[in-house]
Design a binder for this molecule. Structure first.
Ligand SMILES: C[S@@+](CC[C@H](N)C(=O)[O-])C[C@H]1O[C@@H](n2cnc3c(N)ncnc32)[C@H](O)[C@@H]1O
Length: 205
């Protein structure tokens, strides 16, 4: 495939159908388009995704990378999902637009070369804080971090949290405190949105 080629709607629809069949919690098409818009408007060239699953959101990031003349590195630690993503995204791996890494991102920041301009975090909610701690030193000035699902089940109303969501909610609340703390120190500025399960857009200062 030509390196200028973007992900087609046909491929995106196919991956979305696979996500539904496999119960993979992919971003919605509107969040995907927002992600692509942010990554392309920020002219990000070195784009990172933590939590590829089978590659649905990766398609939007690839499309931003095509517009910006950049590249995506996406981490997926689950072997089965990694294999699905590898098959779905084979053309982009082959043409060098995508570096798909099948290990835990926290153990593999060494895979990243150069400064990171855009980081999409859509991984285990308990790991959001350690993930940003690990990636923060790699981010360029002005880099954007998009954190998905920050208001997941009960984050805003902890007293209503189901027992099975308690540690997830605790992890996300710690992450939100961390983002606010970074902002108070002048390291970042944050924008929080309640759309769907919530999202944070953070800019490194
Ligand atoms: C919500 S799904 C990702 C969905 C995907 N971003 C999309 O919208 O199409 C989360 C994925 O992150 C992976 N994951 C969680 N923590 C990770 C980590 N630390 N490093 C790499 N992958 C991780 C999980 O295995 C899971 O497949």
């Amino acid at each position: 495939m030509n390196a200028a080629a973007a992900c087609t709607n046909e491929l995106m629809n196919k991956i979305r159908e696979e996500s539904a069949k496999e119960s993979i919690p992919s971003v919605s098409p509107s969040t995907g388009r927002f992600l692509e818009m942010l990554a392309s408007f920020s002219r990000a060239k070195n784009i990172i995704e933590v939590g590829c699953a089978n590659g649905y959101a990766t398609c939007y990031l690839i499309n931003a990378a095509v517009k910006n003349g950049g590249r995506v590195t996406s981490f997926e630690k689950d072997r089965r999902r990694f294999e699905m993503a590898k098959a779905n995204m084979a053309a982009f791996i082959e043409n060098g637009r995508l570096n798909l890494v099948g290990v835990d991102a926290l153990e593999a920041t060494g895979e990243i070369s150069g400064e990171v301009d855009f980081l999409f975090i859509d991984a285990m909610k308990r790991q959001y804080k350690p993930i940003l701690e690990a990636f923060l030193p790699l981010l360029s000035k002005g880099a954007i971090v998009f954190s998905d699902d920050i208001y997941f089940q009960g984050v805003l109303e902890p007293e209503k949290t189901l027992d099975r969501h308690k540690s997830i909610v605790r992890g996300l609340r710690e992450y939100l405190d961390y983002l606010k703390d970074l902002e108070a120190k002048g390291a970042v500025e944050n924008f929080f949105y309640g759309y769907e399960d919530g999202m944070a857009v953070t800019r490194k200062l």
